[in-house]
Design a protein. Structure first.
Length: 390
């Protein structure tokens, strides 16, 4: 928990990295031979660095205190690193490697533009600290040029890395926003279905029961009851209640199996759309049923509904088989097809059917693939692990 809380505060992480650099710089200057031109000032610059790192760490870990702006600390860091490098050997100082940390840190913490600026500033400080260093060795220029070449390569790599990370961050934010919209639309759809069910029960089933009760009479008069009307009202009510129960949870799925439940969905479309003839082909392999039946049924029913109601399909094939160690559901139709861009933007307009299917599959470790084009029908393949709880 403490490490997770620490990672939520980049300023604290940077403060710890800065503190950890102090002993590294001290021993790096002591353990390696280097020119002695300005080594006397090194201890004073390092002492300032210790105080500076401690103060920033105190600010970062003090609750309620705002750390210094990043531009200020970055400027001081580079100036301090340049001073330490200059006073500990210039181009041959082991502390020069500290400059190479700057582009990588900027790439992880900032965007590509800020990374390029910070990297250019670090390269400038490095060149000033090394070129200005008085050294009579013949290989100093070649050494500085080689180090600068590596530094430029690191700057380019860090900037590109920062661009990749920034792009992924935007994608994550976009996916998070889309999922939030999807959840909101799902809640709205659930509430809409609740209202539809309540209205259907009130306007149809209850009215039929009231009519049947009226047909029975009050019992206070001698008027015979119209048993035919009563029977008709009760039959209609039973049929309406069965439809409502099937919409809530298909009892056939538990008692008769997945194939029978999917066939019942197809039969219900035939009853509700008597003016349209849809050819159904439903195939469920015997070894493809089990713990995933309810999820497969829910996704298949949604895809079948899309094919008939939204794509005006005349032929729909539903197939459930075992594949690649899991359960593969395939729903193909000859309807109008689906434009991929419109399918991607559909949740923004309240159409969450296909997106909810993908969400259900991915939540169980599966996947959904769409193959379609306008006017050429659609083929949706859903793969689920055989045991979602494994």
């Amino acid at each position: 928990m403490r490490s997770a809380a620490l990672l939520d505060h980049p300023a604290r992480v940077v403060a710890l990295v800065r503190l950890a650099a102090v002993p590294v710089f001290f021993f790096g200057e002591r353990l390696i031979d280097h020119p002695e031109a300005h080594s006397g000032a090194f201890r004073f610059v390092l002492a300032f660095g210790v105080v500076y790192a401690a103060v920033l760490a105190g600010l970062a870990f003090s609750p309620g205190r705002r750390p210094l702006p990043l531009r200020v600390t970055a400027t001081i860091d580079l100036a301090l690193l340049g001073g330490l490098t200059y006073t500990s050997g210039g181009p041959f100082s082991q502390l020069r490697y500290g400059f190479f940390v700057v582009p990588v840190a900027a790439a992880l913490l900032r965007g590509p533009r800020e990374t390029a600026i910070a990297s250019a500033a670090a390269l400038t400080c490095y060149l000033v600290a090394t070129i200005a260093y008085p050294d009579s060795r013949q290989d100093a220029v070649a050494f500085e040029a080689t180090q600068s070449l590596y530094f430029v390569w690191l700057v380019m790599a860090s900037t590109l890395l920062s661009a990749v990370l920034a792009r992924r961050q935007r994608q994550i934010v976009s996916l998070s926003d889309e999922r939030g919209r999807l959840v909101a639309r799902a809640i709205e759809a659930e509430e809409r279905e609740r209202r539809r069910l309540a209205e259907a029960l009130h306007d149809d089933a209850i009215q039929n029961l009231l009519a049947a009760r009226q047909a029975l009479g009050s019992g206070d008069d001698d008027r015979p009851a119209d048993l035919g009307l009563v029977r008709t009202g009760l039959d209609r009510t039973v049929s309406q209640l069965r439809d409502a129960i099937f919409d809530l949870h298909p009892h056939l799925l538990r008692h008769a199996g997945l194939a029978a439940a999917l066939q019942a969905v197809a039969d219900r479309f035939a009853e509700r759309l008597p003016d349209r003839s849809v050819a159904w082909e439903i195939t469920v392999a015997d070894d493809a049923t089990g713990p995933t039946d309810e999820v497969v049924f829910a996704i298949a029913r949604e895809l079948m509904t899309n094919a008939v109601r939204h794509a005006d399909a005349r032929s729909v094939a539903v197939e459930v088989r075992r594949r690649q160690g899991g359960i593969a559901l395939t729903v193909s139709d000859d309807g109008r097809g689906i434009d991929r861009r419109r399918a991607r933007d559909a949740p923004l307009h309240g159409h969450i059917g296909l997106a909810s299917c993908a969400e259900r599959a991915e939540a169980l470790g599966g996947r959904l693939q769409l193959a379609s084009a306008p006017g050429e029908g659609a083929r949706v393949e859903v793969w689920l692990p055989a045991d979602p709880q494994a």
